[in-house]
Design a protein around this ligand. Structure first.
Ligand SMILES: C[S@@+](CC[C@H](N)C(=O)[O-])C[C@H]1O[C@@H](n2cnc3c(N)ncnc32)[C@H](O)[C@@H]1O
Length: 266
């Protein structure tokens, strides 16, 4: 089964976990909901964000859903292994949510809208399940925010392949900058969007490994064969691009990327 551009391999599951672990503080330091809240996590994947938000909000109850049964299975194992008790997992589709209207106090959607051909329809579906005065939290990246040293045309071309492949799948790898208009057009109130920048150099070896190498470069590596097959780039260029991305994680290299977190009230 392949329902989104990165697929559902073990490598991708590890990448999602590395991404979540290295970004936990940056994106979730303020993911705190009122005690007693019922929170829908839509598109939970392998539970990489679930473990962070559920542990931070021990007195909230989470229902975490994903369209992939395999991912739900993996997510359950992760949460059980950590002894987390406040999460219920379900295989479900954002476009056909099996809940009554106005059921949830809050909704979290992390790295999911970027893969959907119709994020506005998804927002309507999600909004209908949210109580009045409940909040939705959207977290997305934006590949247009990527820059690094040493700069490399091949690396930039490799990244562009990912953007193009995601677009051909109906998604948008540059969606981060659109969170404000998406929330506004979906008629949410009190919208607040914040840019969360990852800046990586040698002084932060955790991010060098967890973000530059294991999250970002791994993601570009993951689409290389498909990009070549679809004629977007030749093998030599994408391999050079990937090797140049690794150079940004070596002594003296730097890497910058910006995530966006948007919150709106129904
Ligand atoms: C990039 S992963 C992100 C997973 C997780 N939120 C995280 O940050 O690690 C995107 C997830 O969205 C799920 N997804 C895509 N379309 C969906 C839909 N219509 N309903 C539910 N989940 C969906 C995919 O199966 C995948 O697990």
């Amino acid at each position: 089964m392949k329902k989104y551009v990165h697929g559902y391999s073990d490598i991708e599951a590890n990448r999602l976990n590395d991404q979540a672990d290295s970004l936990a503080e940056l994106i979730h330091h303020d993911s705190i909901w009122k005690e007693g809240s019922l929170v829908l996590e839509a598109g939970c994947g392998v539970g990489a964000q679930t473990k962070t938000v559920a542990s931070k909000n021990k007195n909230c109850r989470f229902i975490s859903i994903d369209i992939s049964a395999d991912s739900i299975c993996q997510a359950k194992k992760v949460i059980e292994s950590k002894g987390i008790k406040n999460v219920e997992f379900m295989e479900a589709d954002i476009f056909d949510l099996p809940f009554e209207d106005e059921y949830f106090d809050h909704i979290l959607v992390c790295f999911v809208l970027e893969h959907l051909p119709n994020p506005y329809v998804a927002m309507d579906k999600l909004k209908s399940k949210l109580k009045v005065n409940g909040t939705i939290t959207l977290i997305e990246g934006d590949h247009g925010s990527t820059y690094f040293h040493p700069d490399s045309l091949a690396a930039r071309r490799a990244i562009q392949c990912q953007v193009e492949l995601q677009k051909r799948n109906g998604g948008d790898a540059n969606i981060g900058r659109k969170l404000y208009p998406i929330l506004a057009e979906s008629a949410f109130k009190e919208i607040k969007v914040s840019a969360r920048q990852v800046y990586v150099d040698d002084s932060n070896p955790g991010w060098v490994e967890g973000f530059t190498k294991n999250t970002f470069t791994e993601m570009i590596k993951g689409v290389a064969e498909e990009a070549i097959k679809k004629g977007l780039i030749d093998r030599e260029t994408i391999e050079k691009g990937i090797s140049d991305l690794y150079k940004t994680a070596e002594g003296g290299g730097t890497f910058c990327y910006t995530f966006f977190k948007g919150i709106g009230v129904k």
